[in-house]
Structures are given as C-alpha cells and as structure tokens.
Design a binder for this molecule. Structure first.
Ligand SMILES: [Zn+2]
Length: 233
C-alpha cells in the first residue's frame, strides 16, 4: 500500500535519521576517546583495590618455564623491577596471576638505609634472582616487627611482623633448582612476596596504628601541594 507523505511525515523521518546519525557519530567518537583496556602484564605496578591483588596465583608448569610466554613475562618483570628500583616484585603486581617473583638489593638501595638501620634490620646485598613456584619453610618462628612498604600500596608504610628465618625452594628462569636459607630483611622480602602470590597484602597483618603516609611531613611543608607518581620517576 502506498503512503502519501505529507510535510509532517517527511520532517519526522528526517529528524529520526538525523538523531540516529548523531548517536552513531557520538558512539564512534566515544570509542576513539575511550582508552582501550590494557592487557597485562602492565608497565606499571597495580594498586590496592585491584581485585587481581587478592587472587591466589597459579603455579607455572615446569615445562612452561622455557616458553616464550614465561620468558617474556620474566623479562618484563625484570624491566619493571629495575625501572621502579624495587627490592621485591611479584607477577600479580603487574596483573599476572602466576607464582613468580623477583628480589634483589643492590648497593644503591643499600645506601638508602642508615648503617644503624642496616644492622638492626639485618639488611644485606641480595643478588637479583627470579623465583618460580617458590615454597617456604619457616625455620625460626621468632617474629621481628619492622616498617614495610609495598609498590602496590604507594605512599604508605606500616609495621609488619615477619618470621626471622626461612628456607626458600623454587626454580630460576632457566629451570634450575633454588634452595637457600634466608634471615632478617631477606626473609622479610621473601614473606612479603609470598603473600602477594597468595592474594595477601601487608595491610592484612600490619599493626594498624602504625599505618603512615610516607611523605606526611612533605605534605605539611608544601601546604598539601604534593602529588604521588604512579609510574617510574
Ligand atoms: Zn608488595
């Protein structure tokens, strides 16, 4: 059946077409402006609140250690570790739920602690190492309480109790067995990173009253005009 179009009909059709066009254009432009979801591994350290920091990470099948996927992840982690001047970094902190962490403490990091602090906390140089599928056995259940911070809880620190000594087993990035004993600060780093692999953060075991902003004095000195970088500086 033929429909005779009046001026009103034509106007309505025109308006609807124009409305549709605006909507289409708007959604097209929005798509251009909206950042695409970035897939892990991230080039930054993810922050507390991100549900991926609360997941229990999966072990790496031994035969996968040599695969491109794991080798490139280890390389990526090592890059972030260096860029952020870390002493410990786990795969979940770049958004990957695999049981891998890196630790190391170089001369530059060591100098950031006073001789008194080094002695008290037993802070020593640690050769950089990758640990895949780490397992820990506590050797000395005595707990030491010292201040701790985390790249995933940027700008804060708190006192955290950690066992004094432990045995660490696992594999390095070329599949060789790692078996070492650690005490003091090194044992602390290992326990901190093990917690990350189990979806735990130091805020779960800290002395809550000691939670502090690491730059609260600077905030006062600069009348509050302080911004924290969430990328490398
Ligand atoms: Zn951490």
């Amino acid at each position: 059946m033929a429909i005779k179009l009046t001026n009103t009909h034509v106007g309505t059709i025109y308006s609807q077409t124009r409305l549709l066009s605006y909507k289409t254009l708007f959604s097209w432009y929005s798509g251009l402006l909206k950042p695409k979801p970035i897939k892990p591994p991230h080039k930054h350290i993810i922050q507390i609140g991100d549900p991926r920091l609360r997941a229990v990470s999966q072990p790496v099948p031994y035969d996968d250690i040599y695969t491109e996927k794991i080798q490139s992840l280890v390389k990526h982690l090592a890059g972030i570790f260096k860029k952020y001047n870390c002493i410990g970094l786990s795969a979940p902190q770049v958004g990957v739920q695999l049981r891998i962490f890196i630790m190391g403490l170089n001369e530059k990091s060591l100098q950031e602690y006073s001789p008194k602090e080094r002695k008290l906390k037993e802070i020593t140089l640690i050769k950089p190492m990758v640990i895949i599928n780490p397992e820990v056995k506590i050797l000395d259940f005595k707990k030491l309480v010292f201040s701790e911070s985390c790249g995933s809880i940027k700008g804060f620190c708190a006192d955290v109790p950690r066992y004094y000594s432990l045995e660490l087993k696992g594999f390095n990035e070329i599949g060789e067995h790692i078996n070492m004993n650690a005490t003091g600060f090194t044992a602390r780093i290992i326990q901190h990173e093990m917690d990350h692999l189990d979806g735990k953060l130091y805020t779960d075991s800290m002395d809550r009253k000691t939670l502090s902003c690491t730059c609260w004095e600077v905030v006062n000195d600069r009348n509050g005009k302080v911004e924290l970088p969430y990328g490398p500086v």
